[in-house]
Structures are given as C-alpha cells and as structure tokens.
Design a protein around this ligand. Sequence first.
Ligand SMILES: CN(C)C[C@H]1CC[C@H](N2C(=O)N(C)Cc3cnc4ccc(-c5cc(Cl)c(O)c(Cl)c5)nc4c32)CC1
Length: 334
Amino acid sequence: MVQQYRALKNRYEIEKTIGSGGFAKVKLATHILTGEKVAIKIMEKLYLGKDLHRVKTELEALKGLSHHHISKLYEVIETPTHFFIVMEYCSGGELFDHIVEKKKLSEMESRLFFRQILSAVAYAHSKGYAHRDLKPENVLLDKDQTLKLIDFGLCARPSGGLQCHLNTSCGSPTYAAPELIKSEEYLGSEVDVWSMGVLLYALLCGFLPFDADNIKTLYEKISNGHYEEPSWLSSGSKSLLKRMLEIDRKKRITVEELLDHRWMKLGFNEPVCYNSLFNFDERDDECVKLLAEYHGVECDAMWGRLSKMNYDHDTATYLILLMRKKQGQPIKLA
Ligand SMILES: CN(C)C[C@H]1CC[C@H](N2C(=O)N(C)Cc3cnc4ccc(-c5cc(Cl)c(O)c(Cl)c5)nc4c32)CC1
C-alpha cells in the first residue's frame, strides 16, 4: 500500500517513488481531474533545516520560469509539516541513462539535445536565473524525447542581475568551473557555460572530461583544464569544447555567442531560439470554460481566480489542460 498524504487526498493518487535527492522524495502521481501523470517533490519541514531557503529559492525560480524545456511547476501545497511541489513528469528518464545505453551519441544527436539545453539555460538567464547545478542527472526527457531541465534548488538570481558576482560554493565538483571550486568570486552565467561544456562533452564522448576517484585529483584536472580529445571528435566539436571548457572565464564563450555559434547551427541554419513556446498569462477560453463549468461559476469569475497564478489546484488543472491543448490532445475533466 503506497503511503498517501492528507494534503493530496482526492486531488492526486500517489503511485511510487521515482527518486530521492537529499532532503526530498520525488513521487510519481496522477492528477485525478485530468488523469495526467505528475512528479511530486515531497519535503518534510522538520528535516529541511538550512535547506528551507533552497526550497524557497527553487519555488520562486520555478514560478518565474515557464519554458518547454524546463519541467513545469503546476501546484505548491504547504502544510504545517510538509511542502509538496507538483511538477511536470518526465517519463523518458535521465538523459544520462540515454547516453550510457547508446555509449555515445553522434554529433547531430548531440546537437539536437544540446540546442534544447542551451535554449532552457539561455531562457533562465534571460529571466535573471543561473542554474549553477547543471549536470546529466538534472536533464530529463519526456515521453517524446523532448528535453526538460530540472532541479533549480541551487539556482541564483542576484538582485543586481547576472552581471553581479556570486560566491556561494555549490553544485557538484565534477561539473563545476575552476573559479567556482577555487571559491573565487564568479558569475552565474559563466559557470553555467562551463557546466554546459561538461554536458556537451558527455554527449559527444560518452564519458566525463574531468573525472577522478578523489576530490584532490579532480580539482587539479579541472583547474588546469586538461581533458582527452577522443579521435571521433570533429574539429568543429573540439574547437567549441575548447571555448566552453576555457579555464580563463574572461576568454570563455558566452551564452549569446553560443546561441549563434557555427557548430550550433550546422544542419539548422538558424541560431538557437530561447523564447518560450508557452505563454501562460494568456487567457485560453476553452480551458477556462471547462474549469468554470466544473466549479459552477461564470467564466470571467473563473479567469479572475486563475489569472492570479497562485499555484493552487485550479492553477495545476488549468496548466495541465493548456499543456495538453498545446500538444493537440483533447481536453476534458474527469
Ligand atoms: C538527483 N536529484 C537531486 C533528485 C532527482 C529526483 C528524481 C527526479 N526524477 C528522476 O530521477 N526520474 C528518473 C524520473 C523523473 C520524472 N520526472 C521528474 C520531474 C521532475 C523532477 C524534479 C525533481 C527535482 Cl528534485 C526537482 O527539484 C525538480 Cl525542479 C524536478 N524529477 C523527475 C524525475 C530527478 C532528480
């Protein structure tokens, strides 16, 4: 018998645990009204301690980010003892597992995935957020191999914008930029470019550029930035990786330069676009009507509640209906 939570009763049916990360458990559940599969990140406040601010940080980030390559936030439920964060479920699992089973990806397969990662990161930066924990485990795939970025628990949104220096040492060392592991001041946008370089290397090579069985050797390898260049890498891939895994962050390529880079455009002939395909602020009359009928209220009154986007259960139902409509699926309520 799977443990159910009172706060989710009659709204979500929990099926199983799909992962746990430190202070959180992530469960697969069904949104009962629509039958949609969702991921619910459950955190017990008692065990959060100093991580409470990470939850608040992630929630603020997820509320400010609506992009087709970022796992969508649907609903936030806070009780005296727990936080429940209801998000878009990614049934295709981790990108990392996809790479492992295929050993390595072709240059074009890598480009297809990497353009999506870059689109999500460039969008987050355009909203003032640096992810700071970009790694294969935080890049998931949904049912049709569309890439989804997750876990903004370590993200930063400096009040003065991303040009402002940060100094919190965070993220996983394997993917962390030299300036970050040296606890120097750094720019969120620059460390995200380095981590994307590590991700691109993993896509193209099937293994990591900097790896060691002890932290000291790992730091040495990252600090001097030496990594193997397997024979199958094209000269275009090698020169792009060199620009991303550049230890001198002043010489490191920027996100803007990446968007329009020659390697990015091979086979596409157009720069990577980071605008979101979703605009949840717009009123969708069909979805509003379904919810209004369900609650037995007027459409305008229903929209009055929905447009506040306060991530309650109506927000979740509305966003799921909108996502379904975008994917050309029929929309109805149970
Ligand atoms: C290693 N991490 C610290 C935790 C791990 C927990 C399971 C999760 N997951 C998986 O590992 N699958 C393989 C299935 C899966 C499917 N859909 C998901 C949708 C969203 C999320 C998610 C998880 C966390 Cl901790 C977030 O903060 C956000 Cl914004 C989103 N995780 C999902 C998820 C991946 C991450």
